[in-house]
Design a protein around this ligand. Structure first.
Ligand SMILES: [Zn+2]
Ligand SMILES: [Zn+2]
Length: 316
C-alpha cells in the first residue's frame, strides 16, 4: 500500500488555495472607513444630504466603539451553541449589553450638534437623545424584529447604528478560523442577521472571492459567486445589472463596481460590489448611495432581499 505524503511546499500551496470562509471587522477601521466613503459619495449624490447625515452617524459609531465594553459569551458557551449550528451572538434574543444605550446617546448627540445637517434630522436626534430606557429597548426589539409592531422609520437608523456598535464590539473579538457556518448560507454565522450586500474582494488571500456583509455585526462570510444569496438559485437564473450598463444598453461588457445580482427564481436582488473596480467600495455606504439602482429594479418588479441598516424600509 502506498502512502501519500505531501512534499515540502505542498502544504503551503494547499493552504493558499483554501478560501478563507470568514472575514471579521476591524474595530479601528470599520466605521471610520464607512464615514469617509459616505462623505466621498455625498459629493456627487442626489441624496448627498442624507449621506452626510449617515457620515456623522458613522463617525459617532467609531467614537462610541472605541471604549465600548465587549462582553463575549464564554468559550464553552460559544462552542456549545456553534455545535448546534446556532449563531453565538444572536440578534433576536436581546443579547445586547446596557452600554448600547450609551452608544445611542453618543450618536444622537453628535447628530444634534453637527453643523449643516437638515433641521429635521438634528431636531429628531435632540429628541431621541432624551428617550428613556424602556422606550429604547422597545425600539431596539422592533428594529431587530424581536417583537411585532410598527417601527418608527425616522428613529430606526439611529437605533440600528447603536446596535451595530454593540454587535461589532463582539464580532470583532472572534477568531475567524473558529467561526462555524450555519446551515442557512444566507445568514450571518455570528448573529444570524441578513446581509446588506456582498463584496468581491481584490486582495490576497480573499482576492476574487465573494463575501456577504452582515447588516448588524459586519462579519463577512464566503459565498460562491453567481448564486442567489436569498434562495440559493444559481446558473441562468442569476443576472447582473448596473446603472451604467442599463444606460448604455450593454450588460455584456459591464465593468461597474456597483451591480445588482438579480434572481429570476425568487425575483429578488442584492447588490454586489467589486473591489477590483473601485478599491474604496464599502457595502453599507455604497448600497445606500446607489439608491437609483434600487428604484430602477423596483420598476422592473424585483424586490430588495433585505434593507440597508441606515435607511429603514418597511417590508412589503
Ligand atoms: Zn452578523
Ligand atoms: Zn433567488
Amino acid at each position: 500500500m502506498t502512502q501519500r505524503i505531501l512534499e515540502p511546499g505542498q502544504i503551503e500551496q494547499l493552504a493558499a488555495h483554501a478560501i478563507p470562509r470568514i472575514r471579521l471587522p476591524d474595530r479601528a477601521q470599520l466605521f471610520a472607513r464607512r464615514a469617509a466613503r459616505l462623505r466621498a459619495l455625498a459629493e456627487t449624490s442626489p441624496i448627498g444630504d442624507y449621506l452626510q447625515l449617515c457620515a456623522v452617524v458613522a463617525e459617532a459609531q467609531h467614537a462610541a466603539l472605541a471604549d465600548f465594553p465587549a462582553m463575549l459569551p464564554s468559550a464553552t458557551q460559544i462552542e456549545t451553541v456553534q455545535a448546534h449550528r446556532m449563531p453565538p451572538i444572536p440578534a433576536a434574543d436581546g443579547a445586547r449589553a446596557k452600554p448600547w444605550r450609551d452608544a445611542f446617546a453618543t450618536i444622537c448627540a453628535a447628530v444634534a450638534q453637527a453643523p449643516r445637517l437638515p433641521a429635521a434630522a438634528t431636531q429628531l436626534a435632540a429628541r431621541l437623545r432624551n428617550a428613556g430606557r424602556d422606550e429604547l429597548e422597545v425600539l431596539a426589539d422592533l428594529v431587530l424584529g424581536a417583537r411585532g409592531g410598527e417601527v418608527d422609520a425616522a428613529a430606526a437608523p439611529f437605533v440600528m447604528a447603536a446596535l451595530q456598535v454593540n454587535w461589532v464590539a463582539l464580532s470583532s473579538r472572534f477568531v475567524a478560523d473558529q467561526v462555524r457556518s450555519l446551515d442557512v448560507p444566507g445568514l450571518c454565522p455570528l448573529c444570524g442577521s441578513l446581509p446588506v450586500a456582498s463584496l468581491v474582494a481584490a486582495h490576497a488571500p480573499y482576492a476574487g472571492h465573494r463575501y456577504l456583509h452582515c447588516t448588524l455585526c459586519a462579519c463577512e462570510w464566503h459565498m460562491v459567486r453567481v448564486q442567489c444569496s436569498q434562495c440559493s438559485a444559481s446558473g441562468k437564473d442569476i443576472a447582473y445589472r448596473s446603472l451604467k450598463a442599463i444606460a448604455a444598453n450593454d450588460t455584456a461588457a459591464d465593468v461597474s463596481a456597483v451591480r445588482a445580482e438579480t434572481c429570476e427564481h425568487c425575483h429578488s436582488y442584492r447588490k454586489i460590489f467589486y473591489q477590483e473596480k473601485d478599491p474604496a467600495v464599502e457595502p453599507v455606504a455604497d448600497d445606500l448611495a446607489s439608491i437609483a439602482l434600487d428604484l430602477l429594479l423596483a420598476e422592473e418588479g424585483y424586490a430588495r432581499a433585505s434593507g440597508n441598516p441606515l435607511l429603514w424600509q418597511p417590508a412589503d
